[in-house]
Design a protein. Structure first.
Length: 497
């Protein structure tokens, strides 16, 4: 009887469950979008219970779609949107506030007020650039603004978790309170060198250590699901932040290997092995997923808005009916006609780190139409990737020849071709674009012996299509100059407010 690994991929806009077989093929998949809440400009929230219900529901649907029994699922691997912060009551299991999402900018004033010496301490200890993006100031905000929360936290009655911790806690009926190294490294509270929560940072943000989960490797058995959920207990044996899971799922096991994931945001990660590489060009140092007890590190360029810009065209501007149609609409025109969109809807992440920057569209003329606008939105994704990739090359002294890609927007061939042209590298798209979920499956499967080692996993990676650079370099450079000017506009706009 064939056995499977089930991945629970809890993303920013949807929850997914996927059953993988030994060859890394998808046996069944279920996906549900869930509501996004924008209570004020720049604020983004989720309902943690809606996250849980949607995740549980897709897991049940995927198992049913595969027509398998729970005993055929050897283990569950969890991967999640990172940094998003949930605080809940230990006794009742009720969240005390909505989950504050990684994109949320509400704590920008706290970050603006940090003194430079402490900022340096945060960088040295956590590897991160102080920013509202990370969990620390989100937890502090909840404790400061929810009535009674600080007192209850001090009495040890509240727990904090990123989404992995929340889901594992729910799946085990409140028995297991853990996170993994990759997720811990995104909180801005974790010492990535000593591998422990940092007391000085906790004190500064006034966060009681009793709220924090035990930190474990990404590949190990954390516990079992309650039997009532899937008909029998299933081991939970892998957990990793979605970007680190994608790096693992792309088999970027060797130092120097790089992937870029095009989802809501865009995240370029390079495996740097046992060495944490410090960035001097606006990237962050983070912990990578590994299947041993000792950690590996990665260098990351985090772009906040990528596919989300295409969703914005769909949902807010109603310019396109679906994200997928963006490719056909962009192909209606030869180029953007000089239009640039800088989708700084939630500020700009790497390498600019400006929480106050806001979206900008420039270069429009009376002849600008839908095709130009959609094309400019797609191109903005490739330009943002160019910015972080150049920063990575400067930090590591490397010159990238090829780039492995994945994520929802990697399905867009116009975007992938433009990416190859702008970067002047080979863009390699694997057969399985669900690399994030696959990475979590690999981590769980390795922990329970479903796969024996990384070599076995590597054999599963298959190239679907390679995009070769074909644009004249002068033309590409000219386009890049335009992008630089457009970004300058977005930055100046915020500074003059
Ligand atoms: N063909 C496409 N062209 C451009 N963008 C796309 C396409 N398909 C999906 N997207 C974008 O990709 C994102 C979804 O990708 P996904 O990897 O599921 O993201 P996440 O895990 O962040 O929820 C959405 O923002 C969507 O707009
Ligand atoms: O949900 P995604 O795939 O856009 O990923 C979000 C990132 O984890 C944020 O750091």
């Amino acid at each position: 009887m064939e056995k499977y690994i089930m991945s629970l991929d809890q993303g920013t806009t949807s929850s997914r469950a996927i059953l993988f077989d030994k060859r890394g093929n998808i046996a069944a998949i279920a996906q549900e979008e869930f509501p996004q809440y924008y209570p004020k400009p720049g604020w983004v929230e989720h309902d943690a219970q809606e996250i849980w219900y949607s995740q549980r529901s897709v897991a049940e649907k995927a198992i049913a779609a595969a027509g398998v029994g729970p005993w055929q699922i050897e283990a569950i691997g969890i991967t999640n949107q990172r940094e998003t912060s949930i605080v809940w009551d230990k006794e009742t299991g009720e969240p005390v506030y909505h989950a504050i999402v990684w994109q949320c900018r509400r704590t920008a004033p706290v970050i603006d007020g940090l003194d430079p010496e402490f900022c340096q301490y945060i960088k040295d200890t956590t590897g991160l650039v102080p920013d509202p993006y990370f969990s620390a100031t989100k937890i502090q905000w909840i404790l400061n603004h929810v009535e009674g929360a600080r007192a209850r936290a001090l009495e040890g009655k509240l727990l904090f978790g990123t989404v992995d911790t929340w889901l594992i806690w729910k799946l085990t009926g409140g028995k297991v309170f853990v996170t993994d190294y990759t997720n811990a490294s995104r909180t801005m509270l974790f010492d990535i060198h000593k591998l422990c929560w940092d007391e000085k940072i906790l004190d500064y943000f006034d966060i009681p250590a009793s709220m924090l989960a035990q930190v474990k490797p990404s590949s190990c058995v954390y516990g079992e699901t309650l039997a009532e959920y899937f008909g029998a207990p299933i081991k939970i044996a892998g957990a990793a932040g979605d970007q680190q899971a994608a790096l693992f799922g792309q088999c970027c096991f060797e130092p120097g290997s790089v992937k870029n994931t095009y989802g809501t945001g865009c995240f370029l990660l390079m495996n740097t092995g046992k060495t944490p590489v410090k960035s001097h060009h606006g990237l962050v140092t983070t912990i990578g997923a590994s299947c041993s007890d000792s950690v590996e590190y990665a260098l990351e360029g985090s772009v906040f808005v990528a596919g989300a810009c295409i969703q914005w065209l769909r949902d807010e501007l109603m310019m396109i009916e679906s994200s997928a149609i963006s490719e056909a609409v962009a192909r209606e025109v030869e180029d953007t006609g000089g239009v640039y969109i800088v989708p700084a809807f939630t500020g700009l992440g790497a390498p600019y780190w400006d929480s106050h920057a806001r979206g900008m569209a420039v270069g429009m003329t009376r002849g600008t139409g839908r095709g130009h606008f959609v094309r400019a939105a797609l191109e903005s994704i490739a330009y943002q990737t160019y910015d972080v990739l150049k920063a990575m090359e400067k930090d590591t002294g490397s010159c990238l020849k090829s780039l492995k890609v994945d994520g929802g927007a990697a399905a867009n061939s116009l975007l992938m071709q433009f990416q190859a042209d702008i970067l002047n590298v080979h863009v390699q798209k694997p057969a399985c674009l669900e690399t994030t979920a696959l990475g979590a499956a690999y981590l769980a499967g390795l922990a329970v012996g479903y796969w024996t080692d990384k070599e076995e996993i590597k054999a599963n990676w298959k190239l679907a299509r390679s995009f070769e650079p074909s644009m004249d370099r002068d033309k590409a450079e000219k386009k890049l100059k335009g992008w630089e000017r457009a970004v300058r506009c977005a930055l100046v706009w915020s500074r003059e407010d």
